[in-house]
Design a protein around this ligand. Structure first.
Ligand code: PLP
Length: 400
């Protein structure tokens, strides 16, 4: 008898578990729309050309593999804050941004959650309902209480803006408001710029601390600049803000774990103190971050010719997803014109939130070999145009 016999069996992760089930399926028709990872039309993983070029530069310059400082690669930290705020932003010139390279989006969120638990004890993090499943784990494991604010309205398959505003207004002053910078996961529904302005007004009024999760910069509109509009706007309103960044999706560096946590603060003194504490947290969690992907990202962001090329590849990737949205919408409208499928076109980013319930999702998988999360989310980044009709027929079958 093991001394650990009392340990409960943890069910598979709701997102990564889908890929495990997909691998076990031997049917040729199978389609993995679970995880948010970009695939080509041929369903191949895609390594960006700019990434290959950056790696060539790195090999030619014979970079070493010494430890990075706890806060990460200096060139990366500058490049990532530039990408987020716009090059040479006044907050950076005033040294009031604390940027720490961390382990992609997840690790960056976790470092900030640890910071909140340590220095803002008793504050609640408000998460959109629904949100990326791991947000709950990250805050809960760090010891930060979290609560929902309303976000999704099933009747319109749209944003419940009134519910959102009501809930954030009812939250205690100085709460932490977790916002998706763009391309909301799982719904694909972002506030309009006018709505963002009202959310910012409310955060100022209630003295809430906005905490942006920017995991898809470039994937909503195809433009890296436009997709940073919301956090830049909040900063322009004079608010302090926390922003987590990930390069998993927009540079396709999923396995390299490249990202950062930024605290944009009122003054340089606060930024210096916060930075010292972020380093203390990172030191105990993983000591220092990996170097390879950070070098890639810093080269791509800081060399104008590569940056331009990246923008083109970003447009290409997001363009393929937009095309697949058109295809899926077209097939569904043809098969079942009584329903309104326009939400597929109005949602942005990698995902479409189909409104299918748990039972219907199960039929999608068991009968049609379409693997998706049980909240009804499909990753269009994993759908080739040639399979859009097959998917449409499956959806039409389960809603019939
Ligand atoms: N935040 C959101 C909303 C996400 O969807 C994801 C990935 O799916 C992440 C953060 C973090 O991803 P990673 O840790 O790979 O950067």
């Amino acid at each position: 008898q093991s001394r650990l016999a009392f340990v409960d069996l943890q069910p598979p992760d709701p997102i990564l578990g889908v890929s495990e089930a997909f691998k076990r399926d031997t049917n040729d028709l199978k389609l993995n729309l679970g995880v948010g990872a970009y695939r080509t039309e041929e369903l191949k993983p895609y390594v960006l050309d700019v990434v290959k070029k950056a790696e060539k530069i790195m090999i030619d310059s014979e970079e070493n593999k010494e430890y990075l400082p706890i806060q990460g690669l200096e060139a990366f930290n500058k490049a990532t804050a530039d990408l987020l705020l716009g090059q040479g932003h006044s907050a950076m010139k005033e040294n009031r941004v604390a940027t720490l390279q961390s382990l992609s989006g997840t690790g960056s969120l976790r470092v900030a959650a640890e910071f909140i638990a340590k220095f803002l004890p008793g504050k609640t993090a408000y998460l959109s309902n629904p949100t990326w499943g791991n947000h709950k784990n990250i805050f809960a494991d760090a010891g930060v209480e979290w609560k929902w604010y309303r976000y999704f309205e099933p009747e319109t398959v749209g944003l419940d803006f009134e519910g959102l505003m009501e809930d954030l207004r009812a939250a205690p002053e100085e709460s932490i408001v977790v916002l998706h910078g763009c391309a909301h996961n799982p719904t694909g529904i972002d506030p309009t710029r006018e709505q963002w302005e009202q959310i910012a007004d409310l955060c100022i009024e209630k003295n809430h601390l906005p905490f942006f999760d920017v995991a898809y910069q470039g994937f909503a509109s195809g433009s890296l600049d436009d997709d940073a509009w919301a956090p830049r706007y909040f900063v322009s309103r004079g608010m302090e803000a926390i922003v987590a960044q990930s390069y998993s999706k927009n540079l396709g560096l999923y396995a390299e774990r490249v990202g950062a946590i930024n605290f944009v603060l009122a003054d340089a003194e606060a930024a210096k103190r916060v930075m010292s504490q972020l380093k203390r947290i990172a030191r105990a969690l993983y000591s220092n971050p990996p170097v390879h992907g950070a070098r890639i990202a810093s080269i791509v962001v800081s060399r104008p010719e590569l940056f331009q090329e990246w923008n083109k590849e970003m447009e290409y990737m997001s363009g393929r997803i937009k095309q697949v949205r058109q295809d899926l919408n077209g097939h569904l409208t043809r098969l079942n014109g009584d329903r309104d499928w326009s939400f597929i076109l109005s949602q942005v980013g990698m995902f479409s939130f189909t409104g299918l319930d748990k039972e219907q999702c199960k039929v999608m998988t068991d009968k049609h070999h379409v693997y998706m999360t049980s909240d009804g989310r499909i990753s269009l980044a994993g759908l080739p145009s040639s399979k859009a009709e097959y998917l449409a027929k499956a959806i039409d079958d389960v809603v019939a």
